[in-house]
Design a binder for this molecule. Structure first.
Ligand code: HEC
Ligand code: HEC
Ligand code: HEC
Ligand code: HEC
Ligand code: HEC
Length: 370
């Protein structure tokens, strides 16, 4: 690295002038001094909340209670990679509580896909790796990294086999096998698209491009993303004493299965038939991957799914670009009108403490059948 002395020299004065301590790995707040807009986006992301999330903390306690303290290292490997890399499993340092934070992602130098789980090569230094060949910073060195422009930046945490060899997370391979790969749409195209904003505070450096990569990384907690992902169409017809309903559901906008990721996530389609004579009916379809342990017991807790899943029981998820037709039948005597309502819910986890944290309704279709 012939650039290192140059980089160090710059480091010696610039951050000192700004009163910034860039000793790596830094807290996101330090980076946020200059990269304010990016920091604010990241702060709202699931990545920033990966450690402080109540759901995660509860699951971590259960993992340790059921499988011993060594399971902590497995979980923190993705929820606080800096804690594992710096040996801070006791979580003394503030940066260990920041979850998936700036200085982890921007210290990744390379990622390799191996037989087992993908591996990242991480170097904490005063050089930050990123997507641009032109970026020059007076505060720290910069290094162009192809990894950051591709799905490899995400693969180490979004593709995972547990110690039993079971693929718990398969988001990367779902994407890899989809038409999106050939179409040149990587994870970043849909999750980190460019939005207006200053990459660096203009007081630090005037920048010619006024857009930055969205660091909020919206996923299933964003109604916008859910509505991009799923399209539905409701049709219904009377057939004698019945109403026949058909809901066409398609995965239009997600570059992987819906739901993807944790086996506890579900997409639920609920169809209600409210008859004008006061009778009410309800049916549902669940799109999910159900997993079981080696003994065949179905697993419905995150810590069990991550550590003990050994096989798939059923998989009804929607593959990228897949369209499926779901049909329902309700009793409806002639002359009685029926109001139909089809609703799509995204369900996060049975461990969530409130109904609102547990699931969200994002799309409703209605039709009146005379
Ligand atoms: C999950 C990993 C991840 C985290 C966490 C993360 N970044 Fe990034 N960042 C990326 C990737 C990947 C890109 C490039 C995206 C692309 O090129 O499509 C990027 C781009 C950038 C850029 C390039 C400029 C631009 O165009 O936006 C800067 C600067 C940056 N990040 C700073 C930060 C700061 C500061 C934080 C913390 C507040 C942070 N990043 C957190 C992965 C991450
Ligand atoms: C004292 C101000 C300052 C601080 C603090 C700072 N940066 Fe930067 N950073 C800059 C400037 C200036 C640029 C150059 C922007 C450009 O040319 O577009 C930059 C560029 C970058 C890039 C872009 C590289 C690329 O390839 O696009 C990344 C990534 C980055 N910083 C990450 C970080 C991270 C991570 C931290 C915290 C550990 C951090 N920065 C802290 C000022 C700062
Ligand atoms: C064509 C656009 C597109 C591409 C490409 C794409 N995604 Fe997504 N992703 C979405 C949409 C839309 C959602 C929201 C619907 C959902 O949660 O399934 C989503 C949701 C997610 C979620 C949330 C799942 C959960 O359990 O909460 C994760 C994680 C994710 N994507 C990761 C990735 C990764 C990693 C890649 C690359 C390997 C990727 N995505 C590629 C569009 C895309
Ligand atoms: C160091 C591990 C790590 C890396 C690298 C990483 N993620 Fe994540 N990601 C996580 C964890 C952990 C969560 C879950 C946080 C939680 O909800 O507790 C998550 C959650 C998400 C979500 C869900 C957001 C939601 O709405 O629930 C999306 C989307 C996502 N990541 C996309 C990406 C993309 C795109 C990249 C690559 C640019 C990436 N991640 C890189 C660990 C990582
Ligand atoms: C290989 C990386 C990885 C490992 C290891 C990992 N997780 Fe996660 N975890 C994720 C990602 C990515 C998500 C969220 C998005 C998704 O569903 O893909 C997540 C989501 C979760 C959630 C749901 C959080 C929410 O906001 O809905 C809990 C709880 C959780 N993990 C607990 C654990 C526990 C406990 C362990 C250890 C036994 C663990 N995780 C190990 C990557 C990981």
């Amino acid at each position: 690295m012939s650039r290192t002395p140059f980089v160090l020299l710059l480091f010696l004065y610039a951050p000192a002038l700004l009163g910034v301590d860039l000793q790596p790995p830094s807290s996101a707040e330090v980076c946020g001094d200059c990269h304010r807009a990016i920091h604010d986006g990241w702060k709202r992301s699931a990545h920033a909340n990966a450690m402080e999330s109540r759901l995660f903390q509860d699951a971590l306690k259960l993992a340790e209670a059921d499988f011993g303290v060594q399971s902590r290292k497995v979980c923190l490997g993705c929820h606080s990679p800096i804690a594992v890399l710096t040996g801070d499993l006791g979580l003394i340092k503030k940066v260990s509580w920041e979850g998936v934070t700036c200085d982890y992602c921007h210290s990744i130098r390379d990622v390799t896909l191996t037989e087992g789980n993908p591996r990242a090569k991480v170097e904490f230094s005063l050089v930050k790796s990123g997507p641009s060949k032109e970026a020059v910073s007076t505060a720290h060195g910069t290094a162009y990294s192809e990894v950051h422009t591709s799905a490899l930046a995400c693969v180490t945490c979004h593709e995972y086999r547990n110690s039993l060899g079971f693929p718990v997370l398969t988001t990367y391979s779902e994407w890899k096998n989809s038409a999106y790969t050939g179409g040149g749409e990587s994870c970043q195209s849909c999750h980190m698209y460019r939005v207006e904003g200053d990459v660096v505070d203009p007081r630090v450096k005037r920048n010619s491009h006024l857009t930055l990569n969205l660091h909020e990384i919206p996923g299933s907690h964003s109604l916008d993303q859910l509505n991009k992902a799923i399209k539905g169409q409701l049709s219904a017809a009377r057939d004698g004493n019945q109403v026949k309903v058909s809901v066409e559901v398609s995965n239009r906008g997600a570059g992987h299965d819906v739901p993807t990721g944790s086996p506890l996530r579900q997409l639920i389609l609920e169809v209600r038939a409210d008859r004008y004579d006061g009778k009410h009916f309800r049916q549902e379809r669940v799109f999910r991957r159900t997993v079981a342990d080696a003994q065949g017991k179905i697993l419905n807790r995150e810590h069990l799914a991550f550590l003990r899943a050994a096989r798939v029981v059923t998989d009804t998820r929607l593959a990228p670009k897949e369209t499926r037709n779901e049909t329902f039948t309700f009793p409806a005597p002639p002359g009685v009108q029926t109001q139909l309502e089809a609703s799509f819910y995204y369900y996060y986890s049975p461990m969530a403490s409130t109904e609102a944290e547990q699931k969200v309704k994002f799309l409703t279709l209605r039709r009146l059948v005379p």
